[in-house]
Design a protein around this ligand. Structure first.
Ligand SMILES: *[C@@H]1O[C@H](CO)[C@@H](O)[C@H](O)[C@H]1NC(C)=O
Ligand SMILES: *[C@@H]1O[C@H](CO)[C@@H](O)[C@H](O)[C@H]1NC(C)=O
Ligand SMILES: *[C@@H]1O[C@H](CO)[C@@H](O)[C@H](O)[C@H]1NC(C)=O
Ligand SMILES: *[C@@H]1O[C@H](CO)[C@@H](O)[C@H](O)[C@H]1NC(C)=O
Ligand SMILES: *[C@@H]1O[C@H](CO)[C@@H](O)[C@H](O)[C@H]1NC(C)=O
Ligand SMILES: *[C@@H]1O[C@H](CO)[C@@H](O)[C@H](O)[C@H]1NC(C)=O
Ligand SMILES: CC(=O)N[C@H]1CO[C@H](CO)[C@@H](O)[C@@H]1O
Length: 389
């Protein structure tokens, strides 16, 4: 190895000597390629040399120089004049700063200098190639709760300025430091992780457009609402509706009667016709969840009819009893006041054991027994009664 290397050393030495000696006119840039973030400031570092004895007349920067064509001074270009700042000097430093760069600034920039005595023009070409990038968040459109997801802050070129990335969710900076280079790793995603994500570079004003992260999850806290009390009359129905929280929204609902394996219905609402405990199950592509059961009670119409009929009968009986009691009372009063009546129908009385009391009963039981005989004597009796009263 050493034997083979040895003869090369003088050659390298000679080349270096040659380089120095021919570098009397020259411009060097570092770096040659710059990838800058939109709206940032770019520093193009530059040094230049020229043989001793020359006096610098003018130094300036130009873009995309064309051989044989006069290169314009960028500081006189209205597109640049406000944004360009010469940081160098008139000896060897030709550094400049270009601020608020945009994609329109993507060109090759070269330093040019003019000497007098004798007049010489020199352009340092090739110059600095400037690329300007924005940032884009690359994220899956949706992620299922509990999964891991990684978001990437993308630039179109590798940024020269290796600043750290910062992330925002719904415009709020994320305090959790879960970033790795230009990636944000979200482990075991929660529903709260859904939102608009954007990224930026620390110390830079530019913020990327936001990307929406959609977190999907199976139905939750599923519940059934019931129209009214849940007590209905046979033949009627009651509507039950199922509601759930899920993403994407549940569109598939199944209805079950408790302790019955097969579904009794489908759809977001269900008409219950029978007594029982009903629950719903909401589905989306990520899973399903069942609700608590609600009770539906059906009261038969016949039962209600019986109750109504019973009430009518009861009322009839009571009224009848009251009537009898009232009549009895009235007759009793009559007997007490008028004493025994000899004019009273003998035929009827004779047939009965106890004349007056039983007379009423007889009248109740079978008016046909006494009626024909009552005709004249009773009517005669009434005026008497009235006179007395
Ligand atoms: C050139 O000037 C800039 C700004 O003053 C300075 O930052 C840089 O170090 C200088 N470069 C050299 C090679 O002196
Ligand atoms: C998420 O990432 C963690 C850590 O890398 C790992 O332990 C876990 O298994 C991952 N979960 C899934 C669902 O991939
Ligand atoms: C560009 O940067 C300046 C500060 O350097 C800032 O005030 C301005 O809002 C930025 N513009 C955009 C579009 O980001
Ligand atoms: C999330 O994605 C689902 C489709 O998978 C869509 O139905 C739902 O509307 C989206 N949610 C949001 C908040 O964008
Ligand atoms: C609703 O979900 C059940 C159970 O997962 C499934 O069998 C049925 O096919 C689904 N119906 C529709 C219309 O998606
Ligand atoms: C359903 O079954 C459970 C036990 O398996 C029992 O406790 C409950 O009372 C039953 N419900 C109905 C409405 O039959
Ligand atoms: C069991 C459970 O978490 N139920 C919830 C379902 O959702 C409603 C409304 O959001 C809540 O009030 C319940 O507590």
């Amino acid at each position: 190895m050493s034997v083979r290397m040895a003869p090369r050393l003088p050659l390298i030495f000679l080349l270096m000597i040659h380089g120095v000696s021919s570098a009397d006119w020259g411009v060097s840039y570092s770096p040659l390629h710059i990838c800058a973030l939109k709206n940032s400031s770019v520093i193009m570092s530059c040094t230049y040399t020229y043989p001793t004895g020359y006096k610098i007349e003018k130094v300036f920067w130009t873009k995309n120089p064309v051989k044989g064509k006069e290169s314009p001074d960028l500081s006189e270009d209205p597109e640049y004049s406000q944004r360009l700042q010469y940081l160098g000097d008139t000896q060897q430093n030709c550094t400049i700063r270009l601020s608020h760069v945009t994609q329109k600034d993507q060109h090759m920039y070269c330093f040019r200098f003019i000497t007098d005595k004798p007049v010489k023009k020199w352009t340092g070409a090739p110059g600095v190639t400037l690329a300007v990038t924005d940032l884009q968040v690359e994220a899956p459109e949706r992620v299922t709760e509990g999964h891991n997801v990684s978001l990437t802050c993308k630039s179109s070129c590798t940024l020269t300025d290796r600043a750290t990335f910062i992330w925002y969710r719904n415009s709020q900076p994320l305090t959790e430091r879960r970033d790795r280079n230009n990636q944000l790793l979200l482990q075991s995603v929660r529903r709260e992780d859904a939102g608009r994500y954007s990224c930026a570079l620390h110390g830079h004003s530019y913020i990327s457009p936001a990307a929406h992260l959609n977190v999907t999850y199976p139905p939750r806290n599923v519940s059934v609402s019931i129209a009214g009390s849940g007590v209905i009359v046979e033949g009627d129905s009651v509507t039950l509706s199922c509601s759930s929280d899920s993403n994407p929204p549940a569109l598939n609902f199944s209805w079950f009667k408790e302790n019955q394996s097969s579904a009794v219905g489908s759809g977001q609402s269900f008409s219950a016709l029978q007594s029982g405990r009903f629950y719903c199950e909401a589905h989306n592509q990520h899973g399903s969840q069942r609700s608590d059961a609600v009770t539906v009670t059906v009261k038969g119409r016949l039962v209600i009819l019986y109750i109504s009929a019973g009430m009518v009968c009861g009322a009839t009986v009571i009224i009848t009893i009251l009537l009898i009691w009232w009549k009895k009372k009235r007759n009793k009063a009559e007997v007490n006041h008028s004493g025994p009546h000899h004019d009273r129908p003998k035929a009827c009385n004779d047939e009965l054991n106890e004349p007056v009391y039983e007379n009423e009963m007889a009248a109740q039981r079978g008016p046909d027994v006494c009626k024909p005989k009552l005709n004249s004597p009773v009517y005669e009796n009434i005026p008497q009664k009235k006179k007395r009263m």
